[in-house]
Design a protein around this ligand. Structure first.
Ligand code: AHR
Length: 354
């Protein structure tokens, strides 16, 4: 049904950073990577283009994004903004919640009052969505989740979800370590592990932690010394890794639940006079697979990077197209993902745009 005389403020985040970071060497200088991540956050917060829909036939989509904490997140935003374009008949209202669930809830309420056609959310954590999603349902607006999930009693409060298999990602990391230790003939040695985890209560953090634990529990000689929350950011990754290095002098493996935390952890490890990666003092396991990290995999500084695929926009758009023609949609769609090591990474680096 056409909605007449609707007026929307269209907040378009128009400048996104394509991260292309040069080589760093074994004693890596990661300040450039960190600077770029910070620049991205500032640009996303400040570059707004304001307009109103020009055509009542446009499909109006309200998008609530978690924030801009990581390179991955910027690529995810980019992928959504690339599909909901005017040329494709969309009018998108984009809200960056800056890591606050209350901002996401406010955004959803504002989408409801503006009578958008669809709401797309990447929820920061899983709990606390029942009331606002019920309001969206009562208003007859389909909700599509992307990236992370929600924990709601009534599953009909959202129509579909598109994202990563985070549990599988954690298991892939554990299985890679199993095989690596065998290759190094260290399968029977005590292996001391520290975990830098992401936002507590997020699907990504819970899934990766559970998946890795599933494997680590089967090895009595794997000792998880500590798991600390480093909030998916480079700054926190460095801060928490520095503390861990002061506390433990026998860390064998770092499991860092995203590349941004890994960049910070590498900086801390280098400052402590240690090396990482292939033939290094500490084995580095990372998640996401952004270009700057894959370059470090290629150089042997990160041992393995388990991919988390941010290119989810096209799958969300496909769901909307199906909903519009009354076709059934999958409740859960897992995006394809792989594992990168020094053996295979060069093949994929050339095509990496984020
Ligand atoms: O939910 C996906 C995670 O969130 C990515 O691993 C991380 O980089 C992001 O911020």
């Amino acid at each position: 049904m056409l909605k007449i005389a609707r007026k929307y403020v269209f907040v378009l985040l128009s400048v996104l950073c394509v991260m292309g970071i040069g080589g760093c060497g074994m004693q890596v200088d990661l300040s450039e990577i960190e600077d770029k991540a910070e620049e991205t956050e500032t640009e996303e917060a400040e570059n707004h283009a304001i307009t109103t829909p020009t055509d009542d036939n446009m499909i109006v989509v309200g998008v609530s994004q978690v924030g801009s904490e990581s390179v991955w997140r910027s690529a995810h935003t980019d992928s959504i903004q690339n599909v909901f374009t005017k040329e494709e008949g969309y009018f998108m209202i984009f809200q960056n919640a800056r890591q606050k669930q209350e901002n996401q809830i406010k955004a959803i309420r504002s989408f409801i009052s503006q009578q958008v056609d669809y709401i797309v959310i990447s929820p920061i954590t899983e709990n606390g969505w029942d009331t606002v999603l019920q309001e969206a349902k009562d208003a007859g607006i389909p909700v599509i989740l992307t990236d992370r999930k929600v924990n709601v009693e009534d599953k009909s409060l959202y129509t579909a979800w598109v994202g990563s298999n985070f549990v599988e990602e954690g298991q892939k990391a554990g299985r890679w370590l199993e095989q690596y230790l065998v290759e190094q003939n260290k399968q029977d040695e005590q292996i001391n592990i520290v975990v830098l985890s992401g936002t507590e209560g997020s699907t990504a953090e819970m899934g990766r932690s559970a998946g890795f634990s599933y494997i680590s529990q089967t090895h009595e000689n794997w000792v998880v010394l500590e798991s600390v929350n480093a909030e998916y950011t480079t700054a926190k990754g460095k801060e928490e890794m520095s503390k861990l290095l002061k506390k433990y002098n026998d860390i064998d493996v770092v499991v860092s639940q995203n590349d941004d935390m890994t960049f910070g952890a590498l900086e801390a490890i280098n400052e402590a006079g240690m090396t990482t990666g292939v033939n290094g003092d500490i084995t580095m396991i990372s998640f996401d697979g952004v270009k700057a990290a894959l370059e470090l995999v290629e150089q042997g500084i990160i041992n393995v990077d388990v991919e988390c695929n941010p290119q989810q926009g096209k799958y969300i758009a496909r769901i909307i197209r199906r909903l519009r023609r009354g076709a059934p949609v999958e409740r859960a769609f897992y995006v394809p993902e792989m594992v990168f090591t020094q053996e295979n990474v060069s093949e994929y680096l050339g095509d990496r745009v984020y």
